[in-house]
Design a protein around this ligand. Structure first.
Ligand code: NDP
Length: 243
């Protein structure tokens, strides 16, 4: 029960890595707040976790973010997990897809970190974990997503410097291919089943399989725990050894 007495907010928590993280933090004693676009989906996941609550919140909308964080009050752990992909080669990428991916994956973190530090700084305690991606290193068809996820690493390193004096750690987790609704949608876009797509990725992954949401959640939980009290400004890759 390493999160006993702690309040943890997970954005994009209604499915995939976010939902697995919310469940894991809840199982380990945290009072969990699930935020996602759709209020009823947030509440459904929260309903499976003792003491958890779910709210609808579009994390790209400053007014919604400020309002929901004010409503939550105390926040010890913030997991900035909400994210989207809109894959396209550069010459075909509409400007609104560039913008949507930058806003959802990166600007949302600025908004949530800014709202959370208002309570973390006076409390002299905080654990922030941001979802980056292996794609931060470059991935064909993901100029928008790669740029956003590389930006997440820069934001993480900088906030670790700014917030460190207040006993707040800021780290990023960069998953490789994880079996979630996001990657199932990618498979569908390229005309594969999720199983076929996963098998192709597994072939070029040293561990010869794709990752599961719980395997990322475990790393997020470590970085959010007191065991990681002297780890800050880092990006931890969770990618089965893939390059
Ligand atoms: P999913 O698409 O399965 O889940 C993401 C959740 O975020 C969805 O419930 C989605 O809602 C929600 N969301 C999207 N936009 C917003 C918003 N503006 N405000 C609030 N919630 C929002 O993704 P994963 O679980 O696969 O990924 C989670 C994180 O991990 C993301 O940041 C992703 O980029 C990152 N990641 C994932 C990898 C993978 O292989 N799966 C690899 C590397 C990184 P809705 O469904 O309604 O859009």
């Amino acid at each position: 029960m390493r999160f006993e007495g702690r309040t943890a907010v997970v954005t994009g928590g209604a499915q995939g890595i976010g939902a697995a993280t919310a469940r894991m933090l809840g199982e380990q004693g945290a009072t969990v707040v699930v935020l996602d676009l759709d209020e009823s989906r947030s509440r459904k996941v929260a309903g499976e976790i003792p003491g958890a609550v779910g709210h609808g919140c579009d994390v790209t909308d400053k007014e919604q973010v400020d309002a929901v964080f004010e409503r939550i009050g105390r926040i010890d752990v913030l997991v900035n997990n909400a994210g989207i992909t809109r894959d396209n080669l550069l010459f075909k990428m509409p400007f609104d897809e560039w913008n949507a991916v930058l806003t959802t994956n990166l600007t949302s973190m600025f908004l949530c970190c800014q709202a959370a530090q208002k309570v973390m700084v006076p409390a002299r305690y905080g654990r922030i974990v941001n979802l980056s991606s292996r794609s931060a290193l470059g991935n064909r068809g993901q100029a928008n997503y790669s740029a956003a996820k590389a930006g997440v690493q820069g934001l993480t390193a900088t906030l670790a410097i700014e917030l460190g004096p207040y006993n707040i750690t800021v780290n990023a987790v960069a998953p490789g291919y994880i079996a979630t609704p996001m990657t199932a949608a990618t498979a569908e876009r390229v005309g594969s089943t999720p199983q076929e797509h996963q098998a192709q990725v597994a072939e070029r992954t040293p561990l010869r399989r794709v990752g599961q949401p719980e395997e990322v959640a475990a790393v997020i939980a470590f970085l959010a725990s007191d065991e990681a009290s002297y780890v800050s400004g880092q990006t931890l890759y969770v990618n089965g050894g893939a390059r």
